[in-house]
Design a protein around this ligand. Structure first.
Ligand code: BGN
Length: 409
């Protein structure tokens, strides 16, 4: 018969063996699986913030604020500082990304004591080798911006960069224009500092690996090669959306980005085409490193799908020199140097120009006649195909495999 004592002995032996196996697996490179189990027993990463909304895929990777705590203001910016090493010793690889509710900008500020006015940072203990500006086109996405800042500041600090974050905010309610806001960002950032690299960054994309360094290559770089929404794969070979990096020289060589893509879609493809028309090519990090998690969100008001994008894309070859950085007209409404970023609010106008004339009011008689004519033209009984007839061109234009990806920015 097995006594109670020997039962306990077997149980302890069993647990001991389990621990040994887990340790071995961890050494063999199975850290992800092991840290998954370990994480179950650990508290959430963000102090003071309730850890709801975790998705299974968000497990794994380290806390983006780990190994930054020893950096302190105590170091001076004297002339004697050595250059930072080629590879930062603070880089740690995969980062744990989740979007807990309750995070505030004050908390982000508290966790980033070395970030100064306007969202600027320099490593306190070495002279940075690279100066990178982050340009974020923005409207009505304060919630996403907060998460992006939470992750991006420590991410860039781990890479020992001298950096600045610029949020380019489109004023008014007219259709959103991502690419034109990038042109604004380029000009406004370069006015302030001699940045040697600009990262054009969607507000809802969080980098998941700090080996994806935010420095420029010898050719334009597409950094967001592997997004969770595309199953961590490149959706198509020429894709240039999400996050891209260009030097000022690259940017000017391709005449910046197009100004005339109003609404969702196509502008990133146009930019990709410009890269090759200007005699350059696209570089990318590896799929393992260029990983991003997208913050899920509903359809944006004021950023409907742009039905003209197919025609416009077909003409990029003849339009890229005529429309771009050389024709980007806008008015700066305000420039605020906030604790975590520089906020530049701009009027970029509409398709009809920077100051479009207000719609001319129609004389009452003419308007009434028009309404009567419209009513007469309307069939008394609804045709069964009515809903479909409204947008036949749209149905024709959008390839079915792309329908699922539409409206995701
Ligand atoms: C493409 C869009 C891109 C978008 C990606 C990913 C167009 C132009 C017609 C081919 N391009 O289909 O702008 O970033 O999907 O969502 O719609």
């Amino acid at each position: 018969m097995v006594s109670i004592h020997s039962k306990w002995r077997y149980l302890f032996m069993f647990l001991g063996i389990q621990l040994v196996v887990m340790a071995l697996l961890s050494r063999e490179g199975y850290q992800k699986r092991v840290s998954y189990f370990i994480r179950i027993f650990r508290k959430p990463d963000i102090a003071g913030v309730s850890g709801r909304n975790h998705t299974p895929a968000s497990f794994g990777g380290s806390d983006v604020y780990a190994n930054l705590s020893h950096l302190s203001k105590a170091h001076s910016h004297g002339n004697e500082m050595p250059y930072c090493p080629k590879t930062s010793p603070l880089i740690g690889g995969p980062i744990h990304v989740s979007f807990p509710s309750g995070l505030t900008l004050a908390e982000v500020q508290r966790k980033n004591p070395l970030v100064v006015r306007g969202g600027r940072y320099r490593p306190p203990d070495c002279e940075a080798k690279h100066r990178t500006a982050i340009i974020i086109p923005h409207r009505h996405r304060e919630h996403h911006l907060k998460f992006l800042l939470y992750y991006l500041h420590p991410f860039l600090q781990r890479q020992q960069l001298h950096y600045g974050i610029y949020v380019i905010h489109q004023a008014g309610n007219y259709t959103f224009n991502r690419a034109k806001l990038m042109n604004v960002g380029f000009r406004e950032a370069m006015k302030e500092e001699d940045w040697d690299c600009l990262f054009f960054h969607d507000v809802d994309l969080i980098p998941e690996d700090d080996r994806n360094t935010y420095v420029c290559d010898s050719n334009p770089k597409h950094a967001a090669i592997a997004m969770d929404k595309f199953g961590y794969k490149l959706p198509y070979k020429m894709y240039f959306g999400g996050v891209s990096a260009l030097t000022p020289l690259h940017y000017l060589k391709m005449n910046g980005f197009p100004n005339n893509y109003w609404g969702w879609g196509g502008e990133d493809d146009d930019i990709g085409v410009r890269v090759s028309l200007a005699g350059m090519f696209i570089t990318r990090p590896t799929l393992k490193v260029g990983r991003y998690k997208m913050i899920k969100h509903k359809l944006d008001k004021g950023n409907g799908v742009n039905p003209k994008r197919f025609n416009m894309l077909a003409k990029t070859r003849s339009t890229w020199k005529l429309d771009g950085m050389n024709t980007a007209d806008y008015e700066t409404i305000s420039r605020q140097y906030l604790p975590l970023y520089t906020n530049i609010t701009v009027n970029i106008g509409t398709e009809a120009g920077l100051h479009p004339p207000p719609p001319t009011p129609q004389p009452p008689a003419k308007a009434a006649a028009k309404a009567a004519a419209k009513a007469a033209a309307k069939p008394a009984v609804k045709a069964p195909t009515e809903g479909l007839e409204k947008s036949p061109s749209k149905l024709k234009e959008v390839p079915s495999e792309k329908l699922s990806t539409l409206r995701d920015h």
